[in-house]
Design a protein around this ligand. Sequence first.
Ligand code: DMJ
Length: 623
Amino acid sequence: MSFNLPQKLPDFGDQVRKAEDYVWSRATTASSSSANSRGFLPMYKDKPQNSRFAGPDSRRSRWTGPLFLFGLVVVIFYFMSSGSDSFSSKPNSISAKEQQAAIKEAFLESWNDYEKYALGKDIYNPISKKSRNMYGESGLGWIVVDCLDTMMIMHLDEPLRVARDWVANNLTYDLDCEVSTFETTIRMLGGLLSAHYLSDYDDLYLEKAVDLANRLIGAFDSSSGIPYADVNLHSGVGRKSPADGGASSTAEATSLQLEFKYVAKLTGESLYWEKAEKVMQVVDNNHAEDGLVPIFIHPDTGLFWGSNIRLGSRGDSYYEYLLKQYLQTSSREPLYRQMYDESMTGLKKRLIKKSKPGGLTFVAELPHGINQATVPKMDHLVCFLPGNLALGATNGYSLQLAQRTSWTVAQAADMKLAKELMKTCYEMYTVTKTGIAPEIAYFNTEDSSTEDITIKYQDSHNLQRPETVESLFVMWRITKDPIYRRWGWSIFEAFQKHARLMNGNGYSSLENVNELPPRFRDNMESFWLAETLKYLYLLFEDDDTVLPLDKVVFNTEAHPFPKFKPEPLFKTGWSRKAENGEAKLTTAPADLDIPKGATIPKRQREPKPRKGGGRNPPPVVRL
Ligand code: DMJ
């Protein structure tokens, strides 16, 4: 059964919606949401085994030499004809459908174990079968909400029924506790919004999402508009980070925009849009050299805090959301594209390095500031970048289609870098004893180096992170190079072999990927279900109309939202300024939304807005 995207977005002008608005606005009054009690927001408006040339047997004959040579020629021919520059991995001997089935089984094993021992709990330890909530009695639905959409994508009806029932009967965000603004937004708000979208607009999820958005929005009420690191879900009052001098993480402050802008679009409420958008203006007013931002920014001043620059933790999704904000609003906000392009130019100039002796391309860090020495350290988190670069190069269209149109030197350079970094991220898996990547890798750059990658003991754990398989999925969709599926399958097989508990009782994080057998960490991250297994499943999806990358954007927690057009209610409410205060021109790029000269089949065209239609034209989300 193929997955069908919803056909429309809600029509905010219809009578049913108006009636619902009335009911929900009454519910709002009864809600204890601080935002509501302040009275300015409505509740709702709207991886086969690598057989390593295993021959039939090892008997020698006079044919051995010629046969070996013949085989070698066949193998070389195979790899050349696959168009890949890869140096490893064999073709898979099982079909993509069978691979999807195995990934789905891994999800089911993980979910069934969690459902049996810990349903509804935020934190789960699959070895000891212990669980707990992060805050308060009832918890945030951390695991349940984060994986609703994976269940929908995998067509897991019964687990979905259980999860939905739990949301309907147990989930409340009226909790008197401080939560992470960022994590709660990307996982919970993002999870609810995509569940709403993929369920063909089940209102349950939207009601919960808007209630949560109203509780989170107070985080933006700092003197600068930079959101506080934490926010109290009951009072709606933000709280500075207890560490880092109270500064917020730059990536966290700038990775809330897709979620709040989508809530704005769904509800028609501009406050969500304006609060989220303001953050980008404040960040840009710091005039970061070459578009490379320090990893902290202070909510009191709106100024960067410290000079540490990296694309790993606390820096990563700033760059991701620059591009995705531009894509989310159907290329209508070119200033985000300009900011993204500046940053990627800065990245290439200052952070892209080559390891020795193998020449792997990696992303270095600048711990002491932009003009200081780089450190050859790369977090696994950086592995979102190859996919992001490819997405930016083609705007989500296939490479074939993009190249047939206005293909520029810059796009080609981004695609080349994407391929090189993808190879490096995969190598972070292949160099370990388990075939699973560590949290952090160091790259050797000295002539005396004998290995390209060094893994320090303290960085050797694995948290089942998604970034490499996320990029593999995007690279596969865009290039259709089968190497990306082979790499994804070998990663999945390594997880199956080393992270799976006995008797299929779930999967766990690992203490040391260079230990055989590895010790379990006794923890299952919610993003194992929400992201890693979802992206692996989608990597083996043959139907490209399932969540097409030119029609949807995935938030940084792998929750897909439909692209939309901001008008008529919303538009970019700020413009860029140079350091001297003069306006920085944002030239609208060519309409990359539909590449020039491309033959787009009729059914991909957007339907005309309905006559006298609702407040928003219905964006197309289905090919
Ligand atoms: C997830 O919460 C998100 O992918 C976030 O962007 C980074 N950290 C984890 C996964 O590694």
